[in-house]
Write a protein that binds this ligand. Structure first.
Ligand SMILES: C[S@@+](CC[C@H](N)C(=O)[O-])C[C@H]1O[C@@H](n2cnc3c(N)ncnc32)[C@H](O)[C@@H]1O
Length: 329
C-alpha cells in the first residue's frame, strides 16, 4: 500500500461523509459478547464499526475490510488509534475473509456485518463515476486497482451482453432500447463520461421514466464492474463456518437482487427441511445450522429516512449460528 501524508488523510477523512443506516440497532443486535472478535466487511467511513466498537470492552477486537483504498485510509484515521478495543483495517474484499482470518490466526469470529453497495462518499465524488447526476469519468470501480471500468463494458461489450447486464442487474424493462442506443452512440465516439452515458439513456427511454432508467442502468453497470452479486454469493457460501457457535451474521442490502439472495440463504440455514413444497414427506435430511433473528427484514424508521434518505431502501437481516453441540457443520 502506498504512503500518504497524514495531512492528506485527514483532509480525506473530513470530506468522507456517509451516515450509517440503522447503526445503533444493528450494533445492539450483532454484539452479544463484549470481549469478542467482530468483522465489519464493508467498513466505509467506519460508522457501523464505531457503533460496534462502542459496545466492546478492552479485550474486544474489530477487523475492518474494504475494497476501496480511500475508505480504508479514512476509517484507519478515524478508528485505528492503537487503543482498545483493538482495531485492524485492511484493503481486502470481504469474499476473501477466510484467508484474512487465517493470516491473522483467528479461527472464528463472534459477529460479521456486511453493509452492501456503495457509500454516499463514493456516489457524491464525481471522479469515481458512480453518479449520473454529476459529470465524471465512466469508472465505477470500488477498487481502483481493478481492471474493468464501466467505460470498458459500454464501449467493448456486445449488444447482447450490455442488454443482459442492464436487464438482469438493473431490472430495467427497456434494456434492449438502451443497449441499442449505447451501441449506436459509441460507433460515433466512445462513451467516456457519466453525463454522456446518461444522455444516451435518456435518448432511449420515455422522458417521464428517464431518471429511474438512468438510476437502474448505473446500478447495473456498478454491479457488473464490481462483481457485487458474485462476491456476495462467495461470502454467503463460505462465511458461516467462520462464525463461532452463537456468532451472528448480519447483512444490510439496498436492492431486491441482493436482499433475495440473503433472505433465501438465511432461510435455508435456519430450516430443518428444504424439500420442494408438495412432497408427502421430507426427503432432504437437511438440518438447520442457524437461527433466524429477522423473520422480516429490519427497516429504518420514518424519522431516520427523513434525515438519511439512503436508509429508505435498506433491509437488514441477521442469523445466529447454532452452538457447536447443536450443529454438524
Ligand atoms: C454502504 S458502504 C459501507 C458504509 C459503512 N457501513 C459505514 O458505516 O461507513 C459500502 C462499502 O463497502 C465497500 N464494499 C463493497 N463491496 C465490497 C466487497 N466485496 N469487499 C469489501 N468492501 C466492499 C465499498 O467500497 C463501500 O466502502
Amino acid at each position: 500500500m502506498g504512503k500518504c501524508s497524514s495531512g492528506t488523510v485527514m483532509g480525506l477523512a473530513d470530506s468522507y461523509i456517509h451516515v450509517p443506516v440503522l447503526a445503533g440497532e444493528i450494533a445492539d443486535m450483532i454484539v452479544w459478547n463484549s470481549s469478542g472478535t467482530y468483522v465489519d466487511g464493508t467498513i466505509g467511513g467506519g460508522g457501523h464499526a464505531r457503533a460496534i466498537m462502542d459496545k466492546l470492552d478492552e479485550s474486544g477486537r474489530l477487523i475492518g475490510l474494504d475494497k476501496d483504498l480511500e475508505a480504508v485510509r479514512v476509517s484507519r484515521a478515524r478508528l485505528a488509534g492503537g487503543g482498545t478495543p483493538r482495531v485492524e483495517i485492511m484493503h481486502r474484499d470481504f469474499s476473501e475473509l477466510a484467508s484474512v482470518l487465517e493470516a491473522e490466526r483467528i479461527p472464528r469470529v463472534d459477529g460479521l456485518l456486511l453493509d452492501l453497495g456503495v457509500s454516499s462518499y463514493q456516489i457524491d465524488t464525481p471522479g469515481r463515476g458512480f453518479s449520473f447526476q454529476s459529470d465524471g469519468p465512466l469508472d465505477m470501480r470500488m477498487d481502483r486497482g481493478g481492471a474493468l471500468t464501466a467505460a470498458d463494458i459500454v464501449n467493448e461489450g456486445s449488444r447482447d451482453e450490455i442488454e443482459r447486464i442492464i436487464g438482469e442487474y438493473g431490472e430495467e424493462r427497456q434494456a434492449r432500447s438502451v443497449a441499442n442506443a449505447i451501441v449506436r452512440n459509441r460507433a460515433k465516439s466512445p462513451l467516456t463520461s457519466t453525463t454522456g452515458l446518461a444522455e444516451t439513456i435518456r435518448s432511449a427511454v420515455r422522458r417521464r421514466w428517464a431518471v429511474k432508467s438512468c438510476a437502474r442502468v448505473f446500478q447495473a453497470l456498478r454491479i457488473a464492474v464490481n462483481q457485487e452479486l458474485d462476491r456476495l454469493r462467495t461470502a454467503l457460501d463460505n462465511l458461516l463456518p467462520l462464525l463461532s457457535g452463537r456468532g451472528r451474521f448480519g447483512v444490510i442490502s439496498y436492492h431486491s437482487l441482493e436482499d433475495r439472495m440473503v433472505k433465501r440463504t438465511f432461510e435455508t440455514w435456519a430450516s430443518d427441511c428444504i424439500c420442494p413444497p408438495g412432497l408427502p414427506q421430507c426427503v432432504c435430511e437437511h438440518e438447520r445450522v442457524a437461527v433466524l433473528h429477522t423473520r422480516r427484514a429490519v427497516v429504518a424508521s420514518r424519522e431516520e429516512v427523513t434525515t438519511n434518505p439512503r436508509a429508505r431502501s435498506a433491509r437488514f437481516r441477521m442469523i445466529e449460528r447454532l452452538p457447536d453441540d447443536q450443529t454438524a457443520r
